[in-house]
Design a protein around this ligand. Structure first.
Ligand SMILES: *Cc1c(COP(=O)(O)O)cnc(C)c1O
Length: 230
């Protein structure tokens, strides 16, 4: 049996230790509990242990859980969004971490407007330049960011990356470092000027500590918290 409460305590301890290793304040790092394919009961167990931010990938499954959930939680969409699903994403989620093209940004902006809300977004960057992965290539990020900044119902908060799959977490480090350098570069070009914190979403169960050492502000952890997914 997965003990979610114990796992959560252990992950929080590891987050704090990783932050302290590089002299960061652990409070700068937020845990996104990735609850895809897990029942609402598991989400409630984590919430009961103090967790409020959850990440979901599959729209239908997520929508049902969010509708049933009576608590006001913070929901991050971290899956690939088809533009024709933008309406549901804008309805259910607080932040979309995977905006990777203008067409999607425009669709989210339109529906956010229709729901009379503003929607936080991160731009997903294909930091490993992998053919099969979503995400804008680093050199095309400025153009996309510029366009997003013209959309009145979206609030650009930072970037999200998912490096190539690695067995050894140290292999992710160069990609995490590149992602942090990209945010610095974008900042130097005048992006994110209005933000106190530029969100940098990176690191999963296997490598979140390395991501924190390299500057992550959001880590997305599923398996280590909720157990393996079937
Ligand atoms: C599933 C998923 C995660 C969590 O992965 P774990 O290895 O289970 O921690 C994080 N980010 C994204 C984008 C995912 O799809």
């Amino acid at each position: 049996m997965t003990n979610i409460r114990e796992n959560l305590a252990e992950i929080r301890r590891r987050i704090a230790a990783a932050a302290q290793r590089v002299k960061r304040d652990p409070a700068e790092v937020s845990l996104v509990a990735v609850s895809k394919k897990k029942p609402l009961a598991d989400i409630m167990a984590a919430h009961g242990a103090g967790q409020n931010i959850f990440g979901e990938n599959y729209l239908q499954d997520a929508g049902e859980k969010i509708k049933q959930c009576r608590e006001k939680l913070c929901w991050h969409f971290i899956g690939h969004v088809q533009s024709n699903k933008a309406r549901q994403v804008a309805e259910f989620f607080d932040i979309v971490e995977t905006v990777d093209r203008l067409k999607l940004a425009k669709a989210l902006n339109k529906y956010a407007g229709r729901f009379q809300r503003s929607l936080d977004v991160l731009v997903q960057v294909n930091i490993g330049r992998e053919l099969q992965k979503s995400g804008v290539l680093p050199e095309n990020a400025p153009e996309l960011l510029d366009s997003i900044n013209t959309l009145p119902n979206l609030r650009l908060k930072g970037i999200m990356v998912m490096p190539p799959y690695c067995v050894n977490p140290e292999e992710s480090r160069p990609y995490f470092r590149k992602a942090r350098e990209l945010t610095t570069d974008l900042k130097d070009r005048g992006f994110f000027a209005d933000l106190k914190v530029i969100e940098l979403s990176m690191g999963m169960s296997g490598d979140f500590e390395v991501a924190i050492e390299e500057g992550a502000t959001l880590v997305r952890v599923g398996t280590a918290l909720f157990g393996a997914r079937i």
